[in-house]
Design a protein around this ligand. Structure first.
Ligand SMILES: Nc1ncnc2c1ncn2[C@@H]1O[C@H](COP(=O)(O)OP(=O)(O)OP(=O)(O)O)[C@@H](O)[C@H]1O
Length: 247
């Protein structure tokens, strides 16, 4: 079942298209990594798809009324600032708002806290956590929304290795449970290891779309990122490591 459909989506900042004629679909069961260099258009693509930026073309999400959209897709923005000194459980419960009251005793809040390893933090004041802990709380808020689709902008940025792997595993589990996840990710090794599909964005255009091994080719790495990488298959799954510059 299709959770997101983009047809010829174009987002302009000024005159310049920063998302250029992108068409794709995302289905249940997919954990999609959105890759591309700084400024490639990943955030603009996510925001355009959600209707948070004006766009030409069509997005199945952007055309929904706000409440239906909030029940269809959760969004984790790139910014990680928590402004209100509320408890972790109250903040995570805000993810339940599209479904009615934001109740900290809602089982969905417990599930989100547990998935992100935050149960012991639930009574802590969110503004008094470390940067990485706050980032995990914001992921938990998006998980508590329990939507068919999760769009996450650099969810593992600033997390320690355990939290990065835990978060990638949570997203892969969500996909295995029948949700869809699209996450902008700069760590190509984590993306290659955990995502079922990668989208490669270069100067606003979708230049590759497929399984990690087919997207992270030597030619694409050189052309898009200016790097070379090392791949291998291990008993624990695929390993990809960026190795050096080519320009
Ligand atoms: N508010 C803005 N006004 C004008 N141009 C913008 C604005 N925000 C972003 N841009 C430009 O749009 C392009 C795409 O930016 P976007 O934030 O989508 O990239 P990104 O792939 O998410 O990058 P990063 O990996 O650095 O987060 C960039 O060239 C950027 O300079």
């Amino acid at each position: 079942m299709t959770l997101l459909s983009l047809q010829n989506l174009t987002v302009r900042r000024g005159q310049c298209p920063v998302v250029d004629d992108v068409s794709l679909t995302v289905s249940r069961g997919e954990f999609v990594g959105l890759l591309g260099p700084n400024g490639a258009g990943k955030t603009s693509l996510l925001r355009g798809a959600l209707g948070l930026l004006p766009a030409e073309g069509r997005s199945s999400l952007a055309s929904l009324p706000p409440l239906a959209r909030a029940r269809a897709a959760a969004f984790l923005p790139q910014g990680r600032e928590i402004a209100w000194p509320v408890s972790v459980e109250v903040l995570v419960a805000l993810g339940r708002s599209p479904h009615g009251a934001a109740d900290p005793t809602d089982p969905a809040v417990n599930r989100a806290l547990a998935r992100m390893g935050l149960t012991a933090f639930r009574q802590r004041r969110a503004t008094e956590l470390s940067g990485g802990e706050q980032a995990r709380v914001l992921i938990a808020r998006a998980l508590a929304q329990e939507t068919p689709l999760l769009l996450a902008d650099e969810p593992v940025a600033g997390l320690d290795p355990e939290a990065q792997i835990r978060t990638m595993q949570v997203f892969a589990d969500l996909a295995a449970e029948g949700h869809g996840v699209v996450a902008a990710i700069h760590d190509l090794g984590l993306a290659a290891r955990h995502c079922s599909r990668l989208l490669l964005i270069h100067r606003g255009r979708l230049v590759a779309d497929g399984p990690p091994r087919e997207v992270l080719t030597d030619a694409a790495l050189a052309e898009v990122f200016g790097i070379k990488g090392f791949h291998t298959e291990t008993a624990d799954g695929p390993v990809f490591q960026p190795m050096g510059l080519v320009r």
